[in-house]
Design a protein around this ligand. Sequence first.
Ligand code: NAD
Length: 277
Amino acid sequence: PAVPQLPFSTGGTIPQLGYGVFKVDPDIAADVTAQALEAGYRHIDTARIYGNEEGVGRAIAASDVPREELFVTTKLWNDAHSFDDAIAACEASLERLGLDYVDLYLVHWAVPEQGQYVEAWKALIELQKRGLVRTIGVSNYPLPQLEEIIEATGVAPAIHQIELHPYFQQRELRELHEKHGILTEAWGPLGQGKSDLLENPAVTGVAEAHGVSPAQAVLAWHLASGIVTIPKSVTPSRIVENLAAAEIELTADEVAAIDALDRPDGRGGADPSTKTA
Ligand code: NAD
């Protein structure tokens, strides 16, 4: 399936649909990542805290896909927000991945109460200067902290990875992203199995109209909405199925029907404003 490439305002592009490996057991990470590459994914999303960077790296090393055709993201964990720790943490992630650069490095959570989210962002700016990472962004920054790092450094993140799915659409943050040329990336795009999203009649209605699964309908909604999306599965048929969502084109009415599912209490994961280390 042909996955669109979205341009960063800072240069370069990102495949709009990728493969996420949160909660993928380190023992199977190499195997499922290899399956994803075989299926045609060219964008892999991991993190230090997932404990599976080595497995992802082994799959990349064993694959025939040229490095320049791959897009690899990893993330800085909350225990390494000081400038020197962040530099060292990135170097250690690269070592585990067996790569000399990652395409995207993200601060994983702002952790406002820890008060080092500006310093962590400055370290990422330095890592990009040093060529260890091609593009830099953040994840889970509440709106005030996102504005603060831009004001403090004059550098806006190229992308912001946040919880986002039809029940939690993050319109306020997305408006700020647009203002600053920041791409929006969805984590938990399928709702992480925490709600009845995939049984919602608006979703199943769109799915039936296209002869696709509810998960594919939701992913097609992300793509139609200009959002980068990184569904996770360790089930071979679903790994293939999720990527095939790139071939589904929703009508404006179908997008609107899923847009209407947004709800104020739709958050399934931690609230970045109160998240502690
Ligand atoms: P997700 O919404 O992708 O849900 C994954 C779950 O959905 C699977 O475990 C499976 O149970 C189900 N599923 C997958 N494909 C399906 C299909 N075709 N049909 C039916 N059910 C299906 O949730 P996630 O894994 O938490 O999020 C995706 C990725 O986002 C992660 O793997 C990770 O890379 C990233 N992430 C980042 C953060 C962050 O803080 N930055 C947090 C969570 C996840």
